[in-house]
Design a protein. Sequence first.
Lengths: 114, 114
Amino acid sequence: AQKVTQAQTEISVVEKEDVTLDCVYETRDTTYYLFWYKQPPSGELVFLIRRNSFDEQNEISGRYSWNFQKSTSSFNFTITASQVVDSAVYFCALRNTGFQKLVFGTGTRLLVSP
Amino acid sequence: DTGVSQNPRHKITKRGQNVTFRCDPISEHNRLYWYRQTLGQGPEFLTYFQNEAQLEKSRLLSDRFSAERPKGSFSTLEIQRTEQGDSAMYLCASSPPGGIDTQYFGPGTRLTVL
């Protein structure tokens, strides 16, 4: 069975604060892929990152960073020095090898106020 | 680079009517996906095409739902005898051939069934 849990329903921060969005996944497969997508108020899902299960290196892209830990089945996302434009719903997703479907979590709504 | 496009963006219909949505994938993407997203939830997988072949279908895709991709380019999703529970955002995504299979999403079609 595949499952993605995003326990934080909504997070509110003030601009320039750092914020971490949690993602915990369940899968029986040893090979899988993890993703983060951003859904701004306009509604279109925007791809942020793709990570395969063999690569546990953390990744940094500008103000965004991702921490993948297989031991805890977590793939957390940190935004440093948040900005108002970061306000959106963020989804974590899982895809097992051999299947094409993405299994999404329920999302975390991030509100960044000025 | 043109992204995934979906038409119409909004559709309001009465219960019992049939509706059809169209998705045009990114040029040269041979894989196409349909998802459904209800309020406050993550997208749920409906079906997947590789070229014109429908290779995966979710149990969510009841007999009233049918998807086609006749020439391996655009796709249509038809819902017959709509029910109020069909009200949702219908998202289309595409991904390129080969190993890099990140799914890129369109803006969605919001369906409201009265």
